[in-house]
Design a protein. Structure first.
Length: 185
């Protein structure tokens, strides 16, 4: 199977309300605001960010996974305010198996407004059409009800539960595994 997307230039995706684009150093303040919010990182393997350097390091990781062809992470920029309000993208890209894992996060002040539904649909379309993925996975803390509702809305199905799969913030956490197949579209 020929892969359309070659990881040569970071793709930009436009939706009705948002521009999904590569991170730039000017985004560090917005990323700091996002990841310093304890409610945003509650179910993530991150401690709340404390400095702009934490945000710059995170963006360095985004550049690294793109350069290594193992993932893409888009900044979700609101077209009206030009503020980065979240991120969405892929990690763990496995070209030979035509699969990747989706991840996303959003400022808590933007929750419940359809932001991630709109952004993630565009990212899923890119994954299935441009990257020619067959399977997109998501791993979610089973207590993260909002994320699970989003996955169901996007057409994901739960495959199972990885018990005590990760050690985060001083405790073992389960991860619910979800997936969406190309044939589910």
């Amino acid at each position: 199977m020929k892969i359309v997307f070659e990881f040569d230039t970071f793709p930009q995706i436009e939706t009705e309300r948002f521009m999904l684009r590569a991170a730039t150093d000017r985004d560090s303040g917005d990323l700091l605001a996002l990841y310093s919010d304890e409610t945003v990182v509650e179910y993530m393997p991150l401690d709340p960010f404390e400095s702009e350097q934490d945000a710059l390091d995170e963006m360095g990781w985004y550049r690294k996974i793109f350069k290594e062809h193992t993932g893409l992470r888009w900044m979700i920029e609101d077209k009206e305010s030009h503020q980065v309000i979240g991120t969405c993208g892929y990690l763990g890209y496995e070209e030979q198996h035509h699969r990747a894992e989706i991840g996303y996060d959003l400022l808590s002040s933007c929750w419940g407004k359809g932001v991630m539904t709109e952004a993630a649909r565009a990212v899923l379309e890119f994954g299935f059409n441009q990257m020619q993925l067959n399977k997109i996975e998501a791993k979610v803390d089973p207590e993260n009800e909002a994320s699970i509702r989003l996955l169901h809305k996007l057409g994901f199905q739960q495959e199972g539960l990885l018990r005590q799969h990760e050690f985060e913030k001083g405790r073992y956490v389960d991860l619910a595994v979800f997936s969406k197949l190309q044939s589910d579209n």
